[in-house]
Design a protein around this ligand. Structure first.
Ligand SMILES: C[S@@+](CC[C@H](N)C(=O)[O-])C[C@H]1O[C@@H](n2cnc3c(N)ncnc32)[C@H](O)[C@@H]1O
Length: 352
């Protein structure tokens, strides 16, 4: 990929329901000589016009995939003549596809295109000289609400963020970025994820903010191993230990920010187990959080979390945000100290 040459193109940036505003905000701050105008907002994606180098999109956290939007596909013949063919020609000559290695002949695969699948494949090979390469593709063709999108492999989240070990219940990086955003992490503070799994939230916090101390813990030894592995891939200074969230190894009033994706009872745990786990965890949160602390807790077991916070005298919910993720709609609750409790607790440093 030629990251530095300026291109102009209409692109679709795919995000998550609930995180699109954060993506729009991130685009406003893009530097490096690029101009990005938002053309249309959808609940889980933005249509944008980019003028400038593709490197401008490389370091962003709130989209998972970037695609060239060719327009509404009515027939595979649209790829030979008409507006779709014109869009494709433009992208290959001065748009995002022109920056791909080997352009204009690209290695592609076709995703879920319904009945048009084989015709589109044949048209791309016969009329445009592209090479059907399902295993080593550079671009993937997909239909989203009838529009033919050409997704750029080099801008896919997994390639932008590097190697990442995952557990089946791992938080998606875009969702983790949204939790980090809600946590408002000042420079130098201590940050904890007491259900850290493979450490996704902590890695995103390291990439997006500058906490002074990054702590993670999980009940499972394999999760701790994966979190440490992920930290080593990025030389991120994560301090990860094996611990139960209801018996945390940290001193009283020692943690300023907490981010956690709690066991929901779907992939991990059960509602029955959560009825014991959530009260035990919130007691510990009340103990370790500083007076000015802030915690962002994501769950689908919403009623139980809200009831449990309400029964925990030292804590209250100040904000909530719901996301669309993996077919579910988890809510992130922002929890701070109850009024009057803030002044009673002071921060004590942790020496890991
Ligand atoms: C939804 S997953 C978190 C995923 C994590 N954010 C990631 O990206 O990999 C919940 C995690 O909580 C852990 N867990 C479950 N019960 C726990 C407990 N009592 N104490 C600490 N961790 C626990 C599980 O092992 C699992 O890794």
């Amino acid at each position: 990929m030629d990251w530095d040459t300026a291109v102009t193109d209409h692109l679709v940036l795919r995000s998550l329901r609930g995180a699109v505003d954060y993506l729009a905000e991130e685009l406003r701050d893009v530097s490096g000589g690029a101009r990005i105008n938002v053309l249309r907002r959808h609940h889980d994606r933005l249509d944008v016009e980019l003028s400038g180098p593709l490197s401008a999109l490389r370091g962003l956290h709130f989209y998972s995939e970037c695609a060239v939007d060719l327009g509404v596909l009515t027939d595979a013949g649209d790829l030979s003549a008409g507006p779709l063919a014109d869009r494709l020609r433009h992208s290959l000559s001065s748009g995002a596809l022109s920056a791909m290695d080997g352009a204009p002949e690209l290695r592609f695969r076709v995703g879920d295109l319904g009945d048009a699948r084989w015709q589109v494949r044949d048209r791309l090979t016969d009329a445009w000289g592209w090479v059907n390469s399902p295993r080593h593709w550079q671009v993937n063709l997909d239909l989203v609400e009838g529009r033919l999108l050409v997704t750029l492999g080099d801008l896919h989240l997994t390639r932008r963020q590097g190697r990442l070990e995952r557990l089946p219940a791992s938080t998606t990086p875009v969702l983790a970025a949204a939790l980090v955003r809600l946590a408002k992490i000042p420079d130098g503070v201590s940050l904890l994820d007491p259900f850290c799994g493979a450490g996704t939230n902590l890695l995103l916090a390291h990439a997006m903010a500058a906490p002074g101390l990054i702590l993670g813990s999980d009940l499972r030894a394999d999760a701790v191993r994966q979190a440490r592995q992920n930290a080593s891939y990025r030389t991120a200074p994560l301090h990860v230990v094996r611990a139960d969230a209801v018996r945390q190894p940290w001193p009283d009033a020692s943690v300023q920010r907490v981010i956690a994706n709690l066991p929901f009872g779907k992939r991990v745990g059960s509602h029955g187990a959560n009825r014991t786990l959530y009260p035990g965890f919130l007691r510990e949160l009340d103990r370790v959080l500083t007076g000015d602390g802030r915690a962002v807790l994501l769950t689908e077991d919403k009623r139980l979390l809200v009831d449990t916070v309400q029964r925990t005298r030292g804590l209250r919910i100040v904000k909530e945000a719901t996301f669309g993720s993996g077919g579910g709609h988890p809510t992130a609750y922002v929890v701070v100290r109850s009024r009057g409790q803030a002044r009673r607790r002071s921060r004590r440093p942790i020496a890991p």
